[in-house]
Design a protein around this ligand. Structure first.
Ligand SMILES: NC(=O)c1ccc[n+]([C@@H]2O[C@H](COP(=O)([O-])OP(=O)(O)OC[C@H]3O[C@@H](n4cnc5c(N)ncnc54)[C@H](OP(=O)(O)O)[C@@H]3O)[C@@H](O)[C@H]2O)c1
Length: 334
């Protein structure tokens, strides 16, 4: 490898945070036992928060952000990986307490990596990234957990909130592919046609669910994927039918949840929290292997923007204002 390479460094001086693309030296990478030449990373909501001010997740500065990446192993001190292996990393607090993927090289603990399935490319792996991996977890919780684990009725009508975001749009596609009638909730009128093209049957405006929830509402959904939290999640819970599973992964609207016990004790609704960060390696390998069967990358490509490190410095703040849609992937060779 070359001794010098490009990475984003975020820094804190008293209350001020800075972020810039810098040329750094290999000796800067101090964690882990596997060195990866990064092909792609991606922009997730958590990345945007970290780029703004470390999001209280980053404890030491200067720091290299980027919570996911894909690439090729170039050096390994671990017997499970050898030079040339193609790998994917999401979660495990990489990009938070360990240096992340907004860098042409990343060094991480071998236990954090999964081997990339042969039927997807490193680019496709980051088209999914943390958002896609989380959408896979949410969709399996909503659909497969109820049908197979709890031996419940077939899951047909499902709702996905924050539908034009990274997690939401991929969940729309997966649940449609799994045979569900997907209702997508979005605040962006302009994304209706796109959401239909990737598998949404119906579209609801976010404003229709952003109201004071009733303890129980008319049951409409066999299951749900919620990426936004707040009142929208409260209303989704109140509208979920008997024994439905609501997979909650996000807080783009609010971290608060104002609900009652009624959906849980009258309808047996289950609120299933999703945490992609610490998912087991076995679960990760299973879900990544499922990805190629459930994702139509050609369709998803319409909403993918490929950017370089410099462009990332502009776009993250738009994501925090809810002004972005679809996925941004970061090409480390751009
Ligand atoms: N638990 C986990 O392991 C995990 C993993 C990944 C992500 N997450 C969380 O999941 C959420 C989504 O992540 P993402 O990467 O998909 O983010 P994203 O691409 O920014 O998508 C979020 C979507 O939520 C909607 N939204 C955002 N701000 C809103 C607002 N103020 N009011 C109403 N709707 C709003 C928008 O959808 P519309 O434009 O369609 O309205 C937006 O596209 C985030 O909270 C993230 O932290 C959690």
């Amino acid at each position: 490898m070359s001794e010098n390479f490009k990475a984003i460094l975020i820094n804190q001086k008293e209350k001020d945070f800075t972020r810039e693309v810098k040329t750094i030296d290999k000796s800067f990478l101090k964690h882990g036992d596997v060195l990866v030449k990064v092909d792609y990373s991606s922009l997730n909501y958590k990345d945007a928060l970290i780029l703004k001010n470390g999001a209280r997740l980053v404890k030491e500065f200067p720091h290299i952000p980027g919570i996911d990446f894909s690439g090729k192993v170039v050096e390994s001190e671990n017997s499970n990986y050898k030079s040339g292996d193609e790998v994917i990393l999401t979660g495990w607090r990489v990009g938070e307490i360990y240096y992340g993927g907004y860098s042409q090289y990343a060094k991480v603990n071998a236990d954090f990596l999964v081997k990339k399935p042969e039927n997807i490319s490193t680019k496709q792996a980051m088209i999914l990234g943390t958002a896609g991996f989380t959408a896979l977890q949410c969709s399996f919780a909503t659909k497969t957990a109820r049908e197979e684990l709890l031996l419940g009725k077939k899951v047909e009508d499902v709702i996905v909130t924050g539908a034009s975001g990274g997690v939401g749009s991929i969940a729309v596609m997966i649940l449609n592919k799994l045979g569900c009638n997907v209702t997508a909730v979005t605040s962006k009128e302009s994304n209706k046609e796109y959401l239909k093209s990737i598998g949404a049957k119906n579209i609801i405006n976010t404003a229709d669910l952003n109201k004071e929830p009733r303890p129980l509402d008319k049951g409409l959904w066999d299951g749900a994927v919620d990426t936004v939290g707040g009142q929208i999640l409260s209303n989704v819970l109140a509208q979920t039918k008997e024994n439905g599973i609501v997979a909650a992964c996000g807080n783009a609207v609010d971290i608060k949840l104002n609900t009652t016990v009624m959906p849980f004790i009258i309808r047996g609704v289950k609120l299933w929290g999703i945490n992609s960060v610490n998912a087991s390696t076995k679960r990760r390998q299973f879900l990544w292997n499922e990805a190629s069967k459930l994702i139509d990358f050609e369709k998803l490509n319409q909403s993918i923007k490929t950017i370089g490190l410099e462009e990332l410095l502009d776009i993250y703040s738009k994501m925090l204002k809810g002004e972005t849609s679809g996925r941004y992937i970061v090409d480390l060779n751009k």
